[in-house]
Design a protein around this ligand. Structure first.
Ligand SMILES: N[C@@H](CCC(=O)N[C@@H](CS)C(=O)NCC(=O)O)C(=O)O
Length: 215
């Protein structure tokens, strides 16, 4: 099995955090070390992450990669071990994707200088779009006031997706409202988990650099 990544790509980081949480080891290849042809062979859409399962199957959706590896590993699952737990995780993960993670990706694409020239940027649209996170933040505040994690008593895939999204929006000062106390508590606890270490490479590329380091 081989996982193709870029260490600073959010969807790849999502899988790296999942692997660290689950204690799963997979051979990892940074696609920056590959030729264009080899990258196209590894990932038909030339996107990361891509998992070559070694069984003739290549998976190129980050969540599907996590689901596949989770299903092969022992319990407890990060996707829930009962019908009810699976349903709660799926619902919160989908909300996190649509209202935080995707919003964060779009915000980055449309506002960060690193993407200028590669994409047509509409910063005003991105700022307006970030308002989509507001109802999710309010819902999370209620949920995390009652439960330790989004899907209930156990850490799950929903927490990973939501933390990446909210963390990115917070880094850019793009959260539509400051996190309430319950969300702030959850953010501090998740940020301290060793599994979140891969987030550093992602955050570093967007952190403003001191003048003496800027090239
Ligand atoms: N839906 C895919 C999205 C993958 C994706 O957009 N990956 C980005 C990096 S985070 C990428 O490879 N972008 C390069 C490109 O699209 O050319 C997933 O969840 O894995």
């Amino acid at each position: 099995m081989r996982l193709y990544i870029r260490p600073e790509a959010p969807n790849a980081v999502k899988v790296l955090v999942f692997l660290a949480e689950r204690g799963i080891e997979v051979e990892t290849v940074d696609v920056a070390t590959l030729s264009d042809e080899a990258f196209a062979r590894a990932s038909p859409l030339r996107q990361v992450p891509a998992l070559d399962t070694g069984t003739g199957l290549t998976i190129t959706e980050s969540l599907t990669i996590c689901q596949y590896l989770d299903a092969l590993a022992d319990r407890p699952s990060l996707f829930g071990d009962t019908v009810e737990a699976r349903t709660r995780v799926a619902m919160w993960e989908r909300r996190a994707e649509l209202m935080l993670f995707d919003v964060c990706i779009e915000y980055g694409h449309h506002t960060q200088p690193i993407f200028a020239g590669r994409l047509a940027q509409f910063p005003d649209w991105a700022k307006a779009h970030a308002a989509k996170a507001a109802p999710m933040l309010a819902l999370m505040e209620t949920q995390l006031g009652a439960e330790p994690f989004l899907a209930g008593p156990s850490f799950s895939m929903a927490d990973i997706t939501a933390f990446l999204g909210i963390g990115g929006l917070a880094l850019w000062g793009a959260l539509p409202a400051p996190p309430g106390p319950a969300v702030a508590r959850w953010m501090a606890e998740l940020g301290a988990r060793p599994s979140m270490a891969p987030l550093q490479a992602l955050a570093d590329q967007f952190r403003p650099r001191p003048a003496h380091e800027a090239g």
